[in-house]
Ligand binder design. Structure first.
Ligand SMILES: Nc1ncnc2c1ncn2[C@@H]1O[C@H](COP(=O)(O)OP(=O)(O)O)[C@@H](O)[C@H]1O
Ligand SMILES: [Mg+2]
Length: 630
């Protein structure tokens, strides 16, 4: 529960967490050269920024005192040289910052993606997909673009403040003190408003993402909405979201509208102070200040607010990105709940050289490469601690057996096969493969022995052929077509535009669920695994096609261990053993004939379904007979 909350509302910590940022900075470690160069560029720009008013002062004073002299020309050349240096530095840091941020983004995405692939099912049970996608997209973008610019501005800003202050004191300390009067109010105003602006833009962003979610829900759920006549309610919800958005935007605009004039006014105040104090000095009888120096002071005073404002902004950015940093770091730190134990890993390391030399017929974890018997021994399992799904479940599967699991929805059938596939591990008891607990075997070895077809299979963007080949990457075209033929998928593939080269669309969206199931079945057949798991694998295939593929499937299943969960009981009559599962327990088991004879639960289920099917056939068949008679 505590999990779910954090996914809905993003929490922002108030204080900067330096330990976290140090860890985040480590991800940028590969780019230390770029970051160093960026700091160099920042330092150079700050120096040039301090130099330009000085050179201006020299030019003015030289021209006023002695007219056009060679020295004046030197100053002018120096001035343009500094301008050119400034331009090249700006070009350099835009280039460097771009390189660094794309590099860091690439690294973080790759690390995050890999971690997501390693994580166990239980991790995804409690996290919405959208939340995970945001981690890899906007959080990464936020962090990676922040790092180089923060580095640059930190160096540039601090050196510019120091440089200007130093230069002013060097020129005239009394005037410097007068100008510095604006610094405290400027800093206070900057920090105050940057915080307010941060809060209001956060609200804007949050509301915006709610609007996006509302858009996409209403688009993908448009049929349901219409069917339930919910258009009006949805519109009202959307209207109130839009109103909130409007208010947040207004507040943000208002804050900017107040903040900018304040900064500009304070800056002008500094210039005014310099002009007033200095002007008196320049015009005074015993003038200690030249006109050039006065102008330099005014430029410094006008410049002063820039680094202060920029530093305040970057630190608020840092604070704003802290939540993103926390989320990314937490994702990268999450260890998969299910992974090979240290002992298995060391056995695998010891076996690897033998395998590479081709001198081993053992599995990659150094144990025998066979799957003969599978045993569930006193297995207990729950998704949530207070809701046990399986309690002391026992099942022994002998070589070549086909085990059918039947029973009402929610009985625990899918859970049993998920445990078998080690998508989850039992909390109590063991699952044994040839008498070895599967936690003592390599996860990769075990899962590569399984052919799993689920009720809603996932296809990937690409052609029919590519999708079937996913089962075994080195399969030939002929093998792919043979697999498709075996599961009777070729009939529909031939009718598609382009046949095997037909593009299935994003996640197979251009195929029906039944067609996707056939594809997934062909994929599993091609992989030729030792153990098959079919969880309602043909539930969306029409009855006739199902009858047609039944022979093919039975041929594939014969001689290997398989687990079949089928909605239509007619498809599992040939199973070696049928288990009726209810409330996580086996309430009946035996062959089809035995269970029918017993006249228990299975008998009732079967007769009920059979009667319904007969009724459906009678209705549709009746029509046909009528037509034929006419
Ligand atoms: N990922 C999950 N998280 C939490 N509860 C789950 C999850 N999957 C299944 N359950 C619960 O476990 C029980 C058994 O479900 P399942 O194994 O899918 O049954 P069946 O396949 O027989 O319909 C149900 O009460 C279901 O709500
Ligand atoms: Mg199920």
């Amino acid at each position: 529960m505590s999990h779910e909350l954090t996914f809905q509302e993003e929490e922002y910590s108030r204080q900067l967490d330096f330990a976290l940022w140090r860890r985040i900075l480590r991800h940028a470690g590969r780019y230390w050269k770029q970051l160093l160069a960026l700091s160099g560029a920042g330092l150079t720009v700050a120096t040039v920024d301090v130099m330009l008013p000085l050179v201006t002062a020299w030019i003015i004073d030289e021209a006023m005192a002695s007219g056009v002299t060679p020295r004046l020309w030197t100053y002018v050349v120096l001035y343009f040289g500094l301008c050119a240096l400034l331009c090249s530095c700006i070009w350099l840091f835009i280039e460097l910052a771009g390189q660094t941020s794309t590099g860091i983004a690439y690294d973080l995405r790759r690390k995050g993606f890999r971690r997501l692939q390693e994580l166990s099912f239980s991790y995804f049970d409690v996290r919405p997909v959208g939340w995970l996608v945001t981690r890899l997209t906007s959080d990464v973008t936020k962090l990676s673009s922040l790092m180089p610019w923060f580095t640059l501005d930190l160096v540039w800003g601090s050196f510019l403040v120091l440089g200007i202050t130093g230069a002013m004191f060097w020129l005239n300390w009394q005037l410097a003190l007068a100008v510095l009067v604006i610094v405290p109010p400027l800093s206070i105003a900057s920090v105050y408003f940057q915080k307010r602006l941060l809060a209001s833009s956060r609200n804007m962003r949050r509301t915006n993402s709610m609007i996006t979610a509302s858009f996409s829900e209403s688009i993908s759920g448009v049929r349901t909405t219409k069917a339930l006549v919910r258009e009006e309610e949805n519109l009202n919800e959307f209207r109130s979201l839009s109103t909130a958005m409007h208010q947040h935007c207004l507040r943000n605009a208002l804050q900017s509208a107040v903040y900018l004039p304040i900064v500009v006014t304070l800056g002008s105040l500094g210039v005014g102070l310099a002009l007033w104090r200095g002007g008196v000095d320049v015009l005074g009888p015993d003038s200690t200040l030249t006109l050039g120096v006065l102008i330099a002071f005014m430029q410094y005073a006008a410049l002063f607010h820039m680094p202060i404002e920029e530093l305040a902004r970057r630190f608020t950015d840092l604070q704003a990105a802290q939540a993103a940093a926390e989320r990314i770091q937490t994702l990268l730190d999450t260890e998969p709940e299910i992974q090979d134990s240290a002992e298995v890993r060391s056995r695998m390391a010891a076996t690897a050289p033998h395998q590479a030399a081709g001198a081993s017929n053992l599995a990659e974890d150094g144990c025998a490469d066979t799957v003969r018997r599978i045993e569930f021994r006193n297995v207990s399992f729950w998704y949530k601690p207070d809701e046990p799904v399986l309690r002391s479940f026992n099942l022994t599967v002998e070589p070549g057996e086909t085990i059918a699991l039947v029973g009402a929805t929610g009985g625990g059938k899918s859970t049993i096969v998920s445990l078998l596939a080690r998508f989850y591990e039992p909390q109590e008891g063991e699952i044994l493969i040839d008498d070895t607990d599967y936690r003592e075997r390599s996860l990769h070895w075990w899962q590569s022995n399984l052919g799993i077809v689920l009720q809603s299979p996932v296809l990937f963007t690409g052609t029919i052929r590519e999708n079937i080949r996913y089962g075994r990457l080195d399969a030939s075209d002929a093998e792919i077509e043979a697999a498709a033929r075996l599961v009777n998928a070729e009939t529909f593939i031939r009718e598609l535009d382009g046949g095997y080269e037909f593009d299935v669309g994003e996640m197979g969206s251009r195929l029906s669920t039944g067609q996707r199931q056939l594809m997934s079945l062909a994929r599993a057949v091609l992989a030729d695994p030792r153990v098959f798991i079919l969880d309602e694998a043909t539930s969306s295939v029409d009855t006739e096609t199902e009858q047609l593929i039944q022979d093919g499937i039975n041929k594939v299943l014969s001689g290997r261990i398989s687990f079949v969960i089928a909605h239509r009981l007619s498809t599992i009559r040939a199973a070696s053993r049928i288990l009726v599962i209810d409330g996580g327990e086996v309430v009946e088991q035996g062959s089809h004939d035995e269970l029918i004879r017993e006249r228990g639960r299975y008998h009732d289920l079967y007769v009920g379904q059979f009667a319904r099917q007969r009724e459906a056939e009678r209705l549709s068949g009746g029509e046909e007979t009528g037509m034929a008679g006419a």
